[in-house]
Design a protein around this ligand. Structure first.
Ligand SMILES: NC(=O)C1=CN([C@@H]2O[C@H](COP(=O)(O)OP(=O)(O)OC[C@H]3O[C@@H](n4cnc5c(N)ncnc54)[C@H](O)[C@@H]3O)[C@@H](O)[C@H]2O)C=CC1
Ligand SMILES: O=C([O-])CC(=O)C(=O)O
Length: 329
């Protein structure tokens, strides 16, 4: 194999998403079956030993594409030469913690990581933020990296996108492969808006096939938006394998492109499209090609959708104001 390996940095490598993610990166699912990778694992000091254990297991898989694993607790080392950065490690909300406390604690993580990306990552760096609150953490990291083109900072709403496809497939009886052009708008939170008005099921308009606004408002949207909480309730821990799978899908699609006649959802810096204030990291329908993404333009937004997009965007604006007040932007 002569291709130069791609450096992939994963933060929170010893966590549960990290454990579900690293083996799939190393086996070629992130970038392609012919792309060698080097893994850079970033953990806090307490997580280093567990990360070493995971690295031992990765070695034991003898993955042909895996050309090295480095482990560090220093972002300046872990992001050195990074081509792809998956920011998974974050401070979970603990008892008695207010939203503002969570944003402040995550500022302490994502600001230095953004700066380390700015100072040390490769010129073609692509960043996916998974750690919650993902959209606003991505904004914090982006603000700390003024030399990196801002569109390289993205937040994960692909898990929501995949959840919505699955729910729509179950409702219509169609296989998931027949569901296209679904959109997640807004924040990766309970205010997100999964939109089926432009989606198709086996080539036909999904909203017309479903023809049930009550199901949309009272079943589909809350099921998708609150799925994370339902998993925590059932599993006693938050989504891990499905989140790792969505992170793989997000980067794979960004790098390798969307299929003709389809799009995906990504949290990306708004250019003002669809009335989303410029600069907010919000989920949009996007097509991707040659490692770049573009917002799908010209979609008609009906009153039902407008109200819900506005509500989620309002929450993003409030989060932006809160981190601005904390001096993180
Ligand atoms: N955007 C999305 O769709 C989803 C996001 N999430 C979020 O992903 C994050 C990670 O989830 P899990 O892996 O389940 O959590 P976890 O608690 O199992 O693992 C997090 C890991 O991050 C590490 N960590 C904490 N601070 C760090 C820092 N400054 N640098 C490097 N590593 C650090 C911890 O030591 C821990 O090993 C959480 O914020 C969770 O809410 C989870 C599911 C879906
Ligand atoms: O809800 C959580 O804490 C984890 C998450 O983001 C999800 O599963 O969508």
């Amino acid at each position: 194999m002569t291709r130069t390996p791609v450096n992939v940095t994963v933060t929170g490598a010893a966590g549960q998403i990290g454990y579900a993610l690293l083996f799939r990166i190393a086996s070629g699912h992130l970038l392609g079956a012919d792309v060698p990778v080097k893994l850079r694992l970033l953990e806090i000091p307490q997580g280093l030993k567990a990360a070493e254990g995971t690295a031992m297991e990765l070695e034991d898989c003898a993955f042909p594409l895996l050309q090295g694993i480095d482990i560090s607790d220093d972002p300046n080392v872990a992001f050195d030469g990074a081509n792809v950065a998956l920011l998974v490690g974050a401070r979970p909300r603990t008892k008695g913690m207010e939203r503002g406390d969570l944003l402040e604690a995550n500022g302490g993580i994502f600001k230095p990581q953004g700066k380390a990306i700015n100072d040390h990552a490769a010129d073609d760096i692509k960043v996916l933020v998974v750690g919650n609150p993902a959209n606003t953490n991505a904004l914090i990291a982006q603000a700390a990296a003024p030399d990196v083109p801002r569109e390289r900072f993205t937040a994960m709403t692909r898990l929501d996108h995949n959840r919505a496809i699955s729910q729509l497939a179950a409702k219509t009886g169609a296989p998931v492969s027949e569901i296209k052009k679904l959109t997640i708008w807004g924040n990766h939170s309970a205010t997100q808006y999964p939109d089926i008005f432009h989606a198709t099921v086996a080539g036909k308009n999904a909203a017309e096939i479903v023809n049930d606004e009550k199901w949309l408002a009272e079943n589909f949207i809350p099921t998708v938006a609150k799925r994370g909480a339902a998993i925590i309730e059932a599993r006693g821990a938050s989504s891990a394998a499905s989140a790792a799978n969505a992170a793989i899908d997000h980067v794979h699609t960004w790098v390798n492109g969307t299929a003709d006649g389809d799009w995906t959802s990504m949290g990306i810096p708004s250019d003002g499209s669809y009335g989303v204030p410029e600069g907010l990291i919000s989920s949009f329908p996007v097509t991707t090609k040659d490692g770049r993404y573009e917002i799908v333009q010209g979609l008609e937004v009906n009153d039902f959708s407008r109200e819900r997009i506005n509500a989620s965007v309002k929450e993003l604006e409030e989060e932006r104001e809160a981190v601005r007040a904390l001096g993180l932007l």
